[in-house]
Design a protein around this ligand. Structure first.
Ligand code: EPS
Length: 401
């Protein structure tokens, strides 16, 4: 990120998570209750029932936590000041850990950060690794993402997500519009826009839990209303595609990201993949039938931005893995620790947060400005790809004299 900086701190069972989001412009109205807490509830998987119940398969910890954002800096009288925004999220579960002597953990769970972390940091107790490697940290990202969502909403950008597969159970959403998928997912406990597939996913999750196993899956994140011209091909790290991909694979357990229909496109002929250009009645140049996810040359095209993420099954399984007790060197089975059986619907909300963060940064880079008023004026002057926006009247030039 170029203009924004996000730092998070805190342990899964420590007193609280801390978020610092630096670089937000002044003048943005932020209300923690209406702008941040609803996304925190969605990340906990408890936004649909409203009664605190998450979907079956979400961690039992979600029955303990009621995540709320406590803004402690950068927002005065309800508006951002331009200073760093600081937010705290209390870990309710801390009360059951505070003051307790905890036996060390010395048997690493394959697939988690356990072994890699203790090798890297030289920890004498795996707990020192897992406390920070825990996906609890994503609550802090959702706070930052929600603030960014408020900013980009002011500029007409809407970000949403939906689950397309849990384990091998896939939802066919191909006949639904992107906005329709996001709207339908909002009322689904599993964040899946397709009711029929949701039923099969729930059955699959029940079987998975009965078998002491866990499930991964896929989710899409879409951004509607993003203007053309975000990101740049001029440097590798300024491509919007590379920024979005990095942000999505930074989510714990996410191992793949696809922009548009990239995987299917690898097998299709170019004439099918890239679509055509046509003029809208308002003389805007549009892409028709393009499948590149709203990005060309690392730059947003003004079409919907569409990305897909693949999440591996949660590494903590009730059925043990063979492992090694690093204290004794003896073979040992992993011990089950409370965890999600499937976190895909929750990860989709984190995916939205990461996309909001990247798009807010890209918009601020494109528009500049220190206050929302300045940014709004600059946004209104953005080139939108209308015929009148182009300056193609150049004569012959010697490029390399
Ligand atoms: C997680 C382990 C579990 C999850 C946690 C992610 O926590 P605990 O060990 O307290 O049961 O519930 O997720 C959250 C706490 C959260 O808020 O997302 C892990 O090891 O990654």
């Amino acid at each position: 990120m170029i203009r924004l900086r996000l730092l998070t701190a805190g342990e899964s069972h420590g007193p609280e998570l801390v978020v610092i989001l630096d670089g937000m412009p002044a003048g943005l109205v932020i209300d923690a209750r209406s702008d941040i807490d609803p996304d925190l509830a969605r990340r906990q998987g408890r936004a649909v029932t409203g009664d605190g119940g998450a979907y079956r398969g979400a961690s039992a910890r979600m029955r303990v936590e009621r995540d709320v954002a406590n803004i402690v800096g950068g927002v005065l009288a309800g508006r951002t000041t331009g200073g760093p925004v600081a937010v705290r999220v209390v870990n309710a579960d801390h009360n059951s850990w505070k003051g307790k002597a905890l036996p060390p953990i010395s048997v690493p769970r394959p697939g988690h950060a356990d072994l890699a972390g203790v090798v890297k940091f030289g920890h004498d107790d795996i707990r020192l690794t897992i406390e920070r490697a825990s996906a609890r940290e994503t609550a802090a990202r959702v706070v930052a993402g929600a603030i960014c969502r408020r900013l980009i909403a002011e500029l007409g950008v809407r970000v949403g997500s939906y689950v397309t597969a849990i384990g091998p159970v896939k939802a066919d959403v191909s006949r639904m519009s992107l906005a329709g998928r996001v709207d339908a997912a909002a009322t689904s406990l599993l964040c899946c826009p397709c009711a029929e597939a949701t039923g099969r996913m729930e059955e699959f999750l029940e079987e998975t839990m009965r078998a002491g196993d866990t499930a991964g899956g896929t989710f899409d994140v879409v951004a509607l209303g993003a203007p053309p011209g975000l990101g740049s091909y001029t440097q590798w790290d300024q491509r919007l595609s590379s920024q979005l991909a990095a942000a999505i694979v930074s989510i714990p357990a996410v191992g793949a990201v696809e922009i548009g229909e990239a995987l299917a496109n690898a097998a299709r002929p170019g004439t099918e993949v890239h679509g055509d250009l046509a003029l809208d009645p308002d003389s805007r140049v549009r892409r028709i039938g393009a499948s590149g996810g709203g990005i060309e040359g690392g730059i947003s095209t003004g079409e919907p931005i569409w990305i897909r993420a693949a999440m591996k099954p949660i590494a903590t399984t009730v059925r043990p893995h063979a492992s090694i007790d690093l204290a004794s060197g003896a073979l040992a089975a992993t011990e089950y620790q409370r965890s999600d059986f499937c976190a895909v619907p929750r990860a989709a909300v984190v995916g939205e947060a990461m996309v909001c963060l990247v798009l807010a940064d890209a918009l601020l880079v494109k528009l500049g400005g220190d206050s929302l008023d300045e940014i709004r004026m600059r946004a209104a002057a953005l080139r939108q790809g209308r015929i009148g926006d182009f300056t193609m009247r150049a004569g012959t030039k010697v490029f390399w004299p």
